[in-house]
Design a protein around this ligand. Sequence first.
Ligand SMILES: NC(=O)C1=CN([C@@H]2O[C@H](COP(=O)(O)OP(=O)(O)OC[C@H]3O[C@@H](n4cnc5c(N)ncnc54)[C@H](O)[C@@H]3O)[C@@H](O)[C@H]2O)C=CC1
Ligand SMILES: CC(=O)C(=O)O
Ligand SMILES: [Mg+2]
Length: 545
Amino acid sequence: MTIILTPYWSNGVQKLKLAPPPPEKQRHGLVPANFADDIHMQRTLAQLRSKDKPLEKYIFLSRLKNDDPDLFYKLCLENMSEITPIIYTPTVGDACIQFSQIYRRPEGLYISIKDKGNIKSVLRNWPKIDEARISVVTDGSRILGLGDLGVNGMGISIGKLSLYVAGAGIRPESTIPICLDLGTNNQAFLDDPFYLGLRQKRVPEQDMDEFMDEFMREMTLAFPKMMIQFEDFSTDKAFRYLDRYRYQYPVFNDDIQGTGAVVLSGLMNAAKLSSAASGMPLNSHRILFFGAGSAGVGVATQLMSFFTLQGLSVEEARRQIWLIDSQGLVYESRGRLAEHKKYFARNDYSGPPMTDILDIIDYVKPTALLGLSTISGAFTPEVIEAMAGINPRPIIFPLSNPVRLSECSFSDAVHYTNGTVLFASGSPFPEEDFSGKTLYPGQGNNMYIFPGLGLGAILARATQVTDSMVEASSLGLANSLTAEERALGLLYPRVERIREISTDIAMQVIRAAQKAGVARSPELVSKSDSELVAFVKPKMWKPAF
Ligand SMILES: NC(=O)C1=CN([C@@H]2O[C@H](COP(=O)(O)OP(=O)(O)OC[C@H]3O[C@@H](n4cnc5c(N)ncnc54)[C@H](O)[C@@H]3O)[C@@H](O)[C@H]2O)C=CC1
Ligand SMILES: CC(=O)C(=O)O
Ligand SMILES: [Mg+2]
């Protein structure tokens, strides 16, 4: 165990140096006579469970991570399904909303528009500069489905990086949560005396572009081994900055690419089960998206590879996808469309705007309905029944986060499809008993992808994160189901196996990076797959508790 009196660096903050770390034999007298590590784990878990509210649990775990990271991560790894919903979605959403209220101590890097021209010196303040490997960077402009949370978005960078450590064994001191403070358009925050960010509206696009160019350049100079994950930028900025930097720096956008990969993986497993029931070939699936933002279009783009892997041409693949946005069905002759929607706009419909989801389901006859809209309850009982009416095993994925924004619950999806649904949601739902059987919801969340993708990218020392690396992470995840998990009808593996899954994904990602010519690790080229796995495993940090 870690004695709290010892000095250590925790996410950039030096604690008061009170005593040198006592070796094991010098613990005598510093801990009570009956102290035992395993009982202490149980004690800590009991303390956690004694808290009534999820946000209190979140605060408890944040303090634990600060005080004793080994114990915190050991607890996470041994109780993944209980702890993930606290440190991540859904509770992290409330923690972000309340971030300025519950804030206790600095964690991560805050870089504001006022630092423009001087970002280099801010980055140099990071204490363990040589250790840095992975950063999750947000500008707080679209946190989960909760909108513009400004600097409170730091909570999502912190949460994602905790999953990097727990899920892929990235060393805690190699992670840097970053929040870019470019103002906020959230008036309630601007009026809140506790709000921790700049008290100004978001800056114009050109100022942000100049800021981002400097930020990316200086990040690479300060941290040459760094892989950057863009997180929860609002849709326009998400596409803009991914396109701007993806061929220049090792960067990926989690909401576009990570979500695309995780949904492709779940859909491949769901499509097999659904096609087994309907006899329909895999490449005949018709996918209807409710929500056409960064996540919806990111997933649609990734699903193209599902269809092309099934033998369709790119053009044929595109025709299997329909988008709905807040104006209804997305089609070319509807009028001006945002740039990111144009590729999937239908040219085979030119009637009046079609706005009712039930009419659209009747028109498209989708086999799969995916929700990335932030509209809570949009998949009403009628919508779910309509899907069940045209499919023996309807695929329904309400993927919006946090759980209160989910397009439907698992319980409704099971009930209104008479138990036939193939289901995955962005945030977790409890399992359901139906007709004497236990049915398990999948969690289609990018948390299954980014830890392994990031680990693979840094071990390969990749100069870019290519589409083929993202696709490899998706296929790695899809193939990671055990026979037992398949027999239970699961679409995603159990989260308790996250390290095993991340190892496989990292191996596939390294291979893809090598094939794409972006790996800078010649020593790994001659390794077989099993040798690569043997190389990856010991690289994973383990809590010393
Ligand atoms: N499960 C996962 O791993 C992930 C889930 N998400 C979730 O996806 C959601 C959307 O994220 P973004 O695409 O970035 O947001 P966004 O705000 O850019 O996109 C929302 C989309 O929904 C559409 N929409 C809004 N109201 C609508 C309505 N009444 N009817 C039909 N369409 C409507 C909008 O037109 C837009 O196309 C968020 O809740 C987010 O948490 C995002 C990334 C990963
Ligand atoms: C999961 C995630 O990245 C999101 O909801 O934005
Ligand atoms: Mg996100």
